[in-house]
Ligand binder design. Structure first.
Ligand code: PMP
Length: 394
């Protein structure tokens, strides 16, 4: 046996235990906590921004699709997994986000992998905001392109990276609304810079579809850049649309290229019909009642004000997400537990899910929060900050 070869009988996965011990010591162990049906917690952690996942019309959309098409898509989109329901959903998404065409994927994560890898590869440059979502980071790695990570929302840095490049082709990528603090990317300036340097701009509308822009049509529509030939959008169906799945939205030629060349599209089973049916029903609700989108942004501002009144810091929300930075992963976990004891479910983000290494609570607003939501959140957060309850004047 060669020196250094592990001997028979040694546990080849012992390193997993060592890593688990190290993560526990750093406050970074993660635990799955299955939700029970009908629990009474106030949900400020989920991404169901418009409260549509249980809307009767959305549930009916899923049920009708399951009855008509079955529970699964039966194959990849190019074999048996494309139904007329998928085509209807793609047409509705393209109309809502003002693009020529759309292509539905089985998740937003895969939509990003697909979009990035068909637009950039070896020999190209990708310029990516430091706060972009993990699916974009993974997509950049998978593409094989050179990746320049630029400081958060820094248009001058994007411009410099593009100007200094040796590569002919370049792709600039940004979340429209960043997932941790809910702030908006400077899309107009990014588009202007990208175009000046001959680059394509890819915008991830995961947290802006249904929330930002007129009737929740997204940040690209709001910035007046949707439908431009050098703009490509991705979106998820699993947040404001209350379903599951993702989409690439762009000109017809980009979508046709993704059908031909997008491995995350080609080699994946098509989106399950109940998810497509639910997303389509949710989109129709949004078109019928554009106020849903404004309600959620108003609710986010009310959440941020409640956090500050309780003596903690809160990000300035441009959409549904409010970040509450805390001192350490342990403090963040303890704060989330205190909230749960008060019947309030909040998100708890720790490294590696936070780009700046700062652990925080992540609150998400929903259209139609119950009337006592702010009072319950305020009570929980005052216990977190140690601030006494406000004095009630008679
Ligand atoms: N992009 C962003 C910005 C996200 O926050 C997420 C989900 N957290 C995704 C993409 C992935 O979408 P999905 O959950 O549908 O895979």
């Amino acid at each position: 046996m060669a020196t250094g070869t592990p001997s028979a009988g040694v546990d080849p996965l012992a390193w997993l235990d060592e890593q688990a011990v190290a993560r526990r010591a750093a406050g970074l162990r993660r635990r799955l906590r299955p939700r029970t049906a009908g629990d009474a917690l106030l949900d400020l952690a989920g991404n169901d921004y418009l409260g549509l996942t249980r809307h009767p019309a959305v549930v009916r959309g899923a049920v009708d699709a399951a009855r008509e098409w079955g529970a699964g898509a039966t194959g990849s989109r190019l074999v048996t997994g494309s139904t007329t329901l998928h085509a209807d959903l793609e047409a509705a998404l393209a109309a809502q986000l003002n693009t020529e065409a759309a292509l539905v994927f089985s998740s937003g994560y895969l939509a990003n992998l697909g979009a990035v890898t068909v637009l950039a590869g070896r020999g190209d440059l990708i310029v990516s905001d430091a706060y972009n979502h993990a699916s974009i980071i993974d997509a950049c790695r998978l593409s094989g392109a050179r990746v320049a990570v630029v400081p958060h929302r820094d248009v001058a840095a994007v411009s410099a990276a593009l100007a200094q490049r040796a590569e002919a082709r370049a792709l600039v990528i940004t979340d429209a609304v960043f997932s941790v603090d809910g702030d908006l990317a400077p899309l107009g300036a990014l588009h202007e810079t990208s175009r000046r340097h001959g680059a394509v701009l890819l915008i991830d509308e995961a947290h802006s579809l249904g929330v930002v822009g007129p009737a929740g049509r997204g940040a690209a529509v709001a910035a007046g850049v949707a439908g431009e030939p050098d703009i490509v959008l991705t979106a998820t169906l699993s947040k404001s649309l209350g379903s599951q799945g993702g989409a690439l939205l762009a000109s017809r030629r980009v979508v046709e290229h993704a059908v031909d060349a997008g491995r995350p599209f080609i080699f994946d089973t098509g989106l399950a019909p109940p998810c497509a049916g639910a997303a389509l029903a949710a989109l129709r609700l949004l078109v019928e009642d554009p106020r849903l989108a404004t309600d959620v942004v108003r609710a986010a501002h009310a959440l941020a004000a409640t956090v500050r009144a309780a003596g903690l810091r809160a990000s300035e929300p441009d959409a549904a997400v409010v970040g509450v930075p805390l001192a350490s992963p342990e403090v963040a976990v303890a704060a989330a537990e205190t909230c749960a004891e008060h019947g309030v479910r909040v998100g708890c983000f720790r490294p590696p899910s936070v780009p700046d290494g700062i652990s925080r609570l992540r609150l998400t607003a929903h259209a139609g929060l119950p009337s006592d939501a702010l009072r319950r959140l305020g009570a929980a957060l005052r216990e977190v900050s140690g601030q006494p309850p406000p004095v009630r004047l008679a």
